[in-house]
Design a protein around this ligand. Structure first.
Ligand code: SF4
Ligand code: SF4
Length: 195
């Protein structure tokens, strides 16, 4: 069974294939959460730790303990900025940022109802821009996100400043190798095998 086919029970640490969360995340990210010895250096350097109910080292501990239900309920993983400070600080060469990304993928795939609606809208909007243009098209992202989230008038006052500074181009700048990007999507998102 591929990872895209597995369905996790929110009440059980194991998914329907009988895999523990640690095993599933290890397969998904290539990072072994069991190697973390809980020194806490990742959390000590995390710029978002004060906002998180569960900091990076605690998220990894919950992964080790197979607390899938607790982690899926918690919103801390969505606060991660993917700045990779934790990854650069880890003395054991673990990659907490990648583990957290794996958690988000599992949450997005198997527990969509627990994913805050605006985060879901942003995640889908972001990936759609990359899939369509091979790189970020900011105006497309804004339009897609606002349509999906219903947050039509939020931050509207910032638009003129962004346009005059050239941060919101009206036309997308496509990636010349869009075919490669689409193959990556097919392999990763749609679970097709491209050897
Ligand atoms: S810095 Fe590395 S070893 Fe220490 S708690 Fe974080 S992930 Fe674990
Ligand atoms: S990548 Fe996420 S968890 Fe790691 S330091 Fe940055 S914000 Fe914190």
């Amino acid at each position: 069974m591929t990872s895209s086919q597995s369905v996790s029970s929110p009440e059980n640490g194991r998914n329907s294939s009988g895999d523990s969360l640690a095993h599933e995340i290890h397969n998904l990210t290539g990072v072994d959460p069991a190697r973390c010895y809980q020194c806490g250096k990742c959390t000590a350097g995390c710029p978002m730790a004060n906002e998180m109910a569960v900091g990076p080292h605690a998220m990894i501990r919950l992964i080790q303990l197979d607390r899938r239900d607790r982690l899926m309920r918690d919103e801390s993983k969505w606060l991660c900025l993917t700045c990779e400070t934790c990854t650069s600080r880890c003395p054991n060469e673990i990659d907490p940022a990648r583990l957290i990304d794996g958690l988000r993928e599992i949450a997005f795939r198997d527990h969509r109802e627990k994913t805050p609606a605006r985060i879901r809208a942003f995640h889908e909007s972001f990936l759609n821009q990359i899939r369509m243009f091979g790189r970020m098209y900011e105006l497309g992202l804004v339009i897609w996100y606002k349509t999906k989230s219903g947050a039509l008038f939020d931050d509207v006052a910032t638009a003129p400043g962004l346009i005059t500074r050239g941060k919101l181009n009206f036309l997308p700048h496509g990636n010349q190798d869009i075919a490669s990007i689409r193959r990556i999507f097919e392999a990763c998102v749609e679970g097709k095998d491209h050897k």
